[in-house]
Structures are given as structure tokens and as C-alpha cells.
Ligand binder design. Structure first.
Ligand SMILES: [Zn+2]
Length: 182
């Protein structure tokens, strides 16, 4: 449900309290991490949006459901995530519900910053070898690689899209990540 956490639980997509008849139906049992399982509670959603279902959902390859943003300011780099508001309405409704109820913004920020911090030596060598353009090009390739390996909507690909698009970050802003830990 998030693509980050280790699978440690089976979530009842339709909660067993409300739908006991589906409580042992295999297709109603979705592998999740503990965090998503806890955040989902016994919610399902409704007309205003619902959780994506790991087995039934037809998720489009494009556009990206998730968008990341990296802000380089005040001597630091700040990473954030949001649902793409240019999605078709039905997908947006469900994506926003899924994203907000599971608190995925909080889920992604820590691993995202860690991912970028670990990449700093690579950013540095790419920058030395070809400036911001090379950093952006490599980020683009990394996003493509991640989509091929983990699916078109994998959260980390959105992070590298954001790297590619952020000129300040590619132009040396990445070095702000190395000196800051919290
Ligand atoms: Zn999860």
C-alpha cells in the first residue's frame, strides 16, 4: 500500500468487523507493512474516495500519481510529496484518499531523504564530470530504471523525477543534504 515498509501483516481490505463473510477470502487479504495496516484502521472509503486495492486496481502507467518536490532553501533541502492534482478525477479522488489516510507523505519523507543523502557521493562525481546537466540526466535514468524494476508508479521514481526537474538541487544543492541530519 505504500511501497516502502516491509510486509508484516495481512490487511482485511474490507474490514472483518463490517464484512465477516469476507474475513478469510484470499483476495480480501492484502499484505501490508505494520504502519499502513495501523493507519488504514477499519476504513474502506466511499464515494469521496477509497483505498487502492493491490489485486483489483487498474493503475495507469502515466501520468504519475505521486509527485515529489525538493526545495533548496535556507541552507537545507526539504523533500515533500503530494498527489498529482492533474490526474483524472476518479483516480485523483482515490489516490488522495489513499495518500492522506495512510499518511504516506510522512512515510516517504524519511526514506526519501536517506536515499538522497546516500546518493550524495554519486551526485558529486556526476557534477564534477558534467555539471548540473549530468546530474539531471542520471536522475532521469534512475527514475526510468526504478519504473522498469518496481512499476510505473513506484514512489522512489517520483523522487528522482523531482531531482531531475530541480535545477538548484542538481547544480550543487545536493551538498546541503550531506551536512544536515535530523
Ligand atoms: Zn506500507
Amino acid at each position: 500500500m505504500c511501497g516502502v515498509g516491509y510486509v508484516r501483516a495481512l490487511d482485511h481490505y474490507l474490514p472483518k468487523e463490517k464484512y465477516p463473510e469476507f474475513s478469510v477470502l484470499a483476495l480480501n487479504l492484502v499484505p501490508t507493512c505494520t504502519r499502513c495496516n495501523e493507519n488504514k484502521l477499519s476504513l474502506v472509503g466511499g464515494a469521496g474516495g477509497r483505498f487502492f486495492h493491490a489485486y483489483y486496481e487498474e493503475v495507469p502507467e502515466t501520468p504519475s500519481i505521486l509527485l515529489a518536490d525538493i526545495e533548496v532553501a535556507y541552507g537545507s533541502a526539504i523533500v515533500s510529496f503530494k498527489v498529482n492534482d492533474e490526474l483524472p478525477e476518479v483516480i485523483y479522488k482515490n489516490a488522495a484518499y489513499h495518500f492522506e489516510r495512510l499518511r504516506l507523505s510522512e512515510t516517504y519523507v524519511g526514506p526519501a531523504v536517506q536515499e538522497l543523502v546516500e546518493r550524495v557521493p554519486f551526485f558529486e562525481s556526476w557534477y564534477e564530470g558534467g555539471g548540473s546537466e549530468k546530474v539531471a540526466r542520471k536522475a532521469h535514468r534512475q527514475a526510468e530504471h526504478l519504473r522498469n524494476e518496481f512499476g510505473p508508479q513506484f514512489w522512489k521514481a517520483a523522487l528522482y523525477d523531482a531531482v531531475e526537474k530541480n535545477h538548484d538541487f542538481c547544480d550543487g544543492g545536493f551538498s546541503l543534504l550531506a551536512s544536515r541530519n535530523c
